[in-house]
Design a protein around this ligand. Sequence first.
Ligand code: ZN
Length: 427
Amino acid sequence: MANQKVTLYIRIIHEGKRIQCKPVYADKNQSRLKPLYAEGHGHHPEAEYYLRYAGVWEAVGDDPYVALDRLHERKEELRRGARSSPAAVTVAESVREVPGSRVTVEAAIKDYLTTGKAAEKDWRQHTLQCYTLALKLFRQSCKKTFLDEISGGDLRTFKVLLRAQKTSTGRKVDPRTVYNHFNNTVSFLNTYGRRDLIPRNEWPAYEEKKVVAYDPEVMQHLLQFATVDEADVLEFFLGVNFRNGEGAHVEWPDINLRTKEVKVYSKREKFDWQVKDSEQRHIAINDTLAERLAARYKRYAGNGLVFPNSKGNPDTHLLRIIKSVALRAGLNCGQCTGTHQRKRMSCAVAPVCRKWIIHTLRKTWATFQARIGTDFATIQTELGHSSPVTTQKYLASQDHNSPRRREQINAAAALVSRNSDEQASIQ
Ligand SMILES: [Zn+2]
């Protein structure tokens, strides 16, 4: 054998990606492993041990004792030359392709979140977190060992457990969240052939939330209370329909002030950030916003982020801006509470009102476009929606405020009063 070296690795998920690291030993002689610890990365419960030898990887599970035993076995075999063509088994194979073997729920979950669906779809970090949480909750509710043991009853029990969840502030969990966890778990089960375990009408239901947009008058009022820098942020989001993350990652070279356009695209290497639905798009900038951005560029010239935080990084500070301006403008609802400086506070006195979020500016953009008669296809394209259904939801709820609808509503009411007038004249 040319290469008889066998190396033990631990494979973990780090920032949404699978990486191999050195395992951590519990003693100097390397006779015991610190369970599921990766060098430089701490404890990783999802980790698995792998052996690397003769150009192949062999998965040896998540039990540190088994992993070490296997390491010593392989070393011995290779030393004796017994294993000239090692039969390496990858995780995916062990889960899907070994005929007749029963698949454990644990193995399937691990596969799904690492080499399986997550890798196939190249999930964003957020997506991976959502599925990981859903499946963790499912395991709290269903302790069965094998996938083929899972039945509709387990999903019914899961539904009950999900509904009993509390948020970090002790409130009842949102029905939409219950649905999402349930839906993610069913997708997982479907992937491994466990389909139609429970009829659709037994799924947890939720009320579709109405899409809210700000009125033009309210926006006008809000902007009067913003500093120049704050107004830059608000006018930008209102003018180009960006999602929070898109605005946080926009850099000066993405903006063309001559053609008055801004482009959105994923910035994986630089910021480890991806556009939702992986859709690049170009959006037109109105003349006033173009002037505003030109003025901002004079103040903060460079090639970096247009709206960096105080450390020069993209993050969630844009959300704080809209909330603090809204408080100053007296536009908070006064009814809700939120966490401010680690304290639970009323939105009457703290910048925590749930009414004020960057995302609503995106919906406001769509509403304004619809109101002035921009065609549906353009609105959908510029929002970067892959499905017209989503765009429809953005626009539908505003219909009753349109001048045409107001006229219809008043005309309908007028039918009654006209009739009573006629009645009066007949009598
Ligand atoms: Zn509020």
